[in-house]
Design a protein around this ligand. Structure first.
Ligand code: HEM
Length: 308
């Protein structure tokens, strides 16, 4: 892509969510009482995905929208199959591609998910007003028009747009909602840590009804807890496989062109030489003696190296 930042700033008020999210959240929990068993999975997944959908294609989906729920279930099912035995066999031995093994379900699901996204794209093309972008897709289409006019060798095209939309939708939903689920889990497991977060949040929030993103710099403990959740849960333990485009020398090793490279992020996250408490859930892993947030080089939940 010739320019990654192509005018998302033009979207008017991209994350005007708070009111509506609260409303649907309350609605969804309406039937619960303090003794009900409650699985927050779908609620979190839907909420996270709505933020992505709103920024990428200007839409949010109700919590009881069965079509959207089906799509999210397919995304989740694919993540599950992709991390299981047969998918690893498929990655290692391409010849199993056509065998009737569980990985075939991934391809079937992808077809349905892409069909859903294709409809969204087609609708955008029908309804957009050039240079009045509503969301990421409109911004991309405006940029595509510009580059085509300039007769540049552009990398902006329909297929690239489709891939970017699919990437944002799929890569962001399950990772973020799984992280939030782990967060809830650890807060239930460690109520004393939960209480300390609450105290810090209440102190910084004061009389306001919400926190702003900028407030996080004054919340070292809560940030340390969030990072500790990411370290301890390591939701993408092996990163995403990459491949070298040429022979590379690294620390005395030769990595030949075409070699598959897997980043073992979880080994870093539990490395006994790097962490004070490698095998325990301890926000202190990210705090210095003065209670300030410290940067730890071996913390790489979003993977290593330059992907930009
Ligand atoms: C806590 C949440 C998340 C975690 C733990 C996470 C983790 C990761 C990891 C480990 C990679 C592989 C990077 C690499 O090896 O090059 C990745 C790639 C990616 N993530 Fe996330 N991610 C999260 C949230 C998101 C969100 C919210 C979005 C977008 C809406 C997103 C979009 C992407 C995309 C597009 C890629 C591919 C980047 C590339 O190919 O260079 N992720 N993510």
């Amino acid at each position: 892509m010739s320019s990654v930042r192509f005018g998302l700033a033009n979207i008017p008020n991209p994350v005007d969510f708070k009111g509506r999210q609260n409303q649907t959240h309350t609605h969804h929990l309406g039937g619960q009482n303090r003794y009900s068993l409650y699985d927050p999975h779908y609620l979190l997944e839907n909420a996270v995905s709505n933020i992505i959908c709103f920024i990428v294609f200007g839409k949010r989906y109700d919590y009881d929208d069965s079509t959207f729920r089906d799509i999210l279930n397919l995304v989740r099912e694919n993540m599950k199959i992709a991390t299981q035995f047969w998918a690893q066999i498929f990655n290692a031995f391409g010849f199993v591609r056509h065998l009737p093994l569980p990985h075939q379900k991934i391809f079937k699901n992808v077809k349905i998910i892409l069909g859903f996204l294709r409809k969204v794209l087609e609708e955008h093309k029908r309804t957009r007003v050039p240079e009045q972008p509503r969301d990421y897709i409109d911004c991309y289409l405006d940029e595509m028009d510009k580059e085509q006019k300039d007769d540049n060798k552009s990398t902006f095209d329909d297929e690239n747009l489709f891939t970017c939309v699919g990437d944002l939708f799929v890569a962001g939903t399950e990772t973020t909602s799984a992280s939030l689920e782990w967060c809830l889990f650890y807060m239930m497991l460690y109520p004393d840590i939960q209480e300390k977060c609450r105290e810090e949040i209440d102190k910084i929030r004061g009389t306001r009804d919400h926190l702003d993103y900028e407030d996080r710099v004054n919340m070292p403990y809560t940030q340390a807890v969030l990072q500790e959740v990411q370290r301890f849960a390591s939701v993408v333990p092996l990163g995403v496989a990459h491949s070298s485009t040429k022979d590379v020398q690294l620390n005395g090793y030769t990595i030949p062109k075409g070699m598959t490279i897997i980043t073992d992020l979880s080994s870093l996250h539990y490395d006994e030489g790097q962490w004070k408490y490698p095998h325990e859930f301890h926000p202190e892993n990210f705090l210095n003696e003065d209670g300030e947030l410290k940067k730890v080089d071996s913390f790489l939940p979003f993977s290593a190296g330059n992907t930009g």
